[in-house]
Design a protein around this ligand. Structure first.
Ligand code: AMP
Ligand code: ZN
Length: 134
């Protein structure tokens, strides 16, 4: 897609810090990292997000994220890994080419969960479950 920065990264017309590449996916350092080694995994073919990707494409990105997560964990001496994948404006996506964030984590690295933890009412859980599964 001509105006997509991640397509330009795959083509090589925008530079990137390549971490890993295979036939279908490309992984590169995020230049605004949440943590040391923060890497993005993308499909080489343009697809916007989880809702537009077919299951095979999404699966390839997920399995490449697993390879990258293990690579970062082994090489950086990290103590854990967080994987994020944002979709559409409401889901905090800012670059509209499917990508997974693979973020090496250390104890007390200062990152915070983006939601507060509070128990749900059982009635709310049952109501949403009924809507999802009807
Ligand atoms: P999201 O907000 O989930 O859509 O993530 C987009 C990510 O792309 C952000 O974390 C940005 O820091 C990152 N990003 C944007 N432009 C570039 C670039 N040219 N090279 C590497 N990472 C980028
Ligand atoms: Zn693209």
């Amino acid at each position: 897609m001509s105006d997509c920065i991640f397509c330009k990264i795959v083509e090589g017309s925008i530079p990137s810090y390549k971490v890993y590449e295979d036939e279908h996916c490309y992984a590169f350092l995020d230049i605004f990292p949440a943590n040391r080694g923060h890497t993005l995994v993308i499909p080489k073919n343009h697809v916007k997000d989880i809702h537009e990707a077919d299951a095979q494409t999404y699966g390839r990105v997920a399995s490449t994220a697993k390879v990258v997560a293990d690579l970062l964990y082994a090489q950086l001496g990290s103590e854990g890994t967080s994987v994020f994948q944002m979709n559409r404006d409401a889901g905090w996506q800012t670059v509209f080419h499917l990508h997974m964030h693979v973020i090496p984590r250390w104890e007390n690295d200062g990152l915070h969960k983006p939601w507060d933890i509070a128990p749900a009412a059982e009635s709310d859980l049952l109501e949403v479950l009924q809507q999802i599964t009807k």
